[in-house]
Design a protein around this ligand. Structure first.
Ligand SMILES: NC(=O)c1ccc[n+]([C@@H]2O[C@H](COP(=O)([O-])OP(=O)(O)OC[C@H]3O[C@@H](n4cnc5c(N)ncnc54)[C@H](OP(=O)(O)O)[C@@H]3O)[C@@H](O)[C@H]2O)c1
Length: 261
C-alpha cells in the first residue's frame, strides 16, 4: 500500500483515479481548490481531502507531506489552463521534490506537442515540467474521453443541433480504463521517465458517435456536419487525436452509453 495523492481528484478523471486507488488498497489523498461535501457526486468514499491551489501554492505542502506517489489529473479552461498547467505544475513538482515524493504520474493527451492549439501548448509545457523534474515521472497520454464527446453532443443538442465534425474520427476511451492504466503506472508499471500512449478500443467517425449518442439518449436534435475551426480542428482532421497502434481492449462508446445514459 502506498500513500497516493490525486491532484485534481474531484474532477471527471480524478474521481475515477481516486476510486481506483482506494479499490487497490492505497491510502488516498485528493487535492483540489474546493473540497466536496460527503453527499456530493464528486465525493469518493475512503479518501482524505486536502484543499490546495496549484497556482498560488496554498495548501500544497500539507497535501504532499508523506506522499509516495502523486497522480496529476488537474485541468483548467481558457487562460486558467495555462496557469494551472505551467505555473501550477512547477509549484507542485518543486514542493513534491522538497517533501521527498518519489514518483509522479501525469495524465496527458495524445500528440499534444504537435498542435498549435493554445490549450495543447500549455499541456505540452506541463509535460516538459514532468520530464525535467527530479522526481521519477511517467506520462500517460490518452485519446479523448467518451464523456468529452457526450458533453459536446449534449451542449449542441440543447440548441437543437448535435455536431458531427466533418472529416474527423475519434478513438474515445472510458475514464475507468484510463484510471486503471494510471494506477498501473503509479505502481511502477512501464519504464520510468517515459511517455505511454493509450487509445480507446475503436476508431469511429464523429457522425457515427453522434448517431450512437442520439439513439442512446433519445434526443430529438438533428445531427449536422460542423467543421471544427482553428488549430484544434486541423489537429483532429490530421488524425493527431488517434492512437491506432495503442488501442486498448476496453469499454467502447456504445458500451459506455449503455452503462451511463
Ligand atoms: N477530456 C478529455 O477527453 C481528455 C483526454 C485526455 C486527457 N485529458 C486530461 O485529463 C485531465 C483531467 O481532465 P478532466 O476533464 O478530468 O478535468 P476536470 O473534470 O475539469 O477536473 C479538473 C480538476 O482539477 C482541479 N483543479 C483545477 N485547477 C486547480 C488548481 N489551481 N489547483 C488545484 N486543483 C485544481 C479541479 O478542482 P477545483 O476546481 O476545485 O480546484 C478538478 O478537481 C486534464 O489535464 C486533461 O487535459 C482529458
Amino acid at each position: 500500500m502506498a500513500r497516493v495523492l490525486v491532484v485534481g481528484g474531484t474532477g471527471l478523471a480524478g474521481r475515477a483515479i481516486a476510486g481506483e486507488a482506494v479499490g487497490r488498497g492505497h491510502d488516498v489523498v485528493v487535492a483540489s481548490r474546493r473540497v466536496p461535501d460527503d453527499d456530493s457526486p464528486a465525493y469518493v468514499p475512503g479518501t482524505v481531502y486536502a484543499t490546495a491551489d496549484l497556482v498560488t501554492g496554498d495548501g500544497l505542502e500539507e497535501a504532499v507531506d508523506g506522499v509516495d506517489v502523486l497522480i496529476d489529473s488537474s485541468n483548467g479552461t481558457g487562460r486558467e489552463a495555462s496557469h494551472t498547467f505551467m505555473a501550477g505544475s512547477q509549484n507542485l513538482l518543486h514542493t513534491a521534490a522538497r517533501f521527498g515524493v518519489g514518483h509522479a504520474v501525469l495524465l496527458s493527451i495524445v500528440n499534444v506537442d504537435r498542435s498549435g492549439y493554445g490549450y495543447y501548448r500549455a499541456k505540452a509545457a506541463q509535460e516538459r515540467a514532468y520530464h525535467d523534474s527530479p522526481i521519477e515521472s511517467r506520462i500517460v497520454r490518452t485519446t479523448q474521453f467518451h464523456d468529452f464527446l457526450a458533453s459536446m453532443f449534449a451542449s449542441g443538442a440543447r440548441m437543437g443541433v448535435i455536431p458531427a465534425f466533418t472529416k474527423v474520427r475519434f478513438q474515445t476511451i472510458a475514464v475507468a480504463d484510463v484510471a486503471r492504466i494510471l494506477l498501473d503506472a503509479a505502481e511502477g508499471s512501464g519504464p520510468s521517465n517515459a511517455t505511454r500512449t493509450v487509445g480507446g478500443p475503436r476508431i469511429q467517425t464523429s457522425r457515427a458517435l453522434a448517431e450512437a449518442w442520439k439513439a442512446a439518449t433519445g434526443s430529438r436534435a438533428v445531427i449536422a456536419g460542423v467543421r471544427q475551426a482553428g488549430a484544434l480542428g486541423a489537429s483532429w482532421r490530421a488524425g493527431e487525436n488517434l492512437a491506432p497502434d495503442q488501442a486498448i481492449n476496453g469499454l467502447d462508446f456504445e458500451g459506455w452509453l449503455n452503462s451511463t445514459v
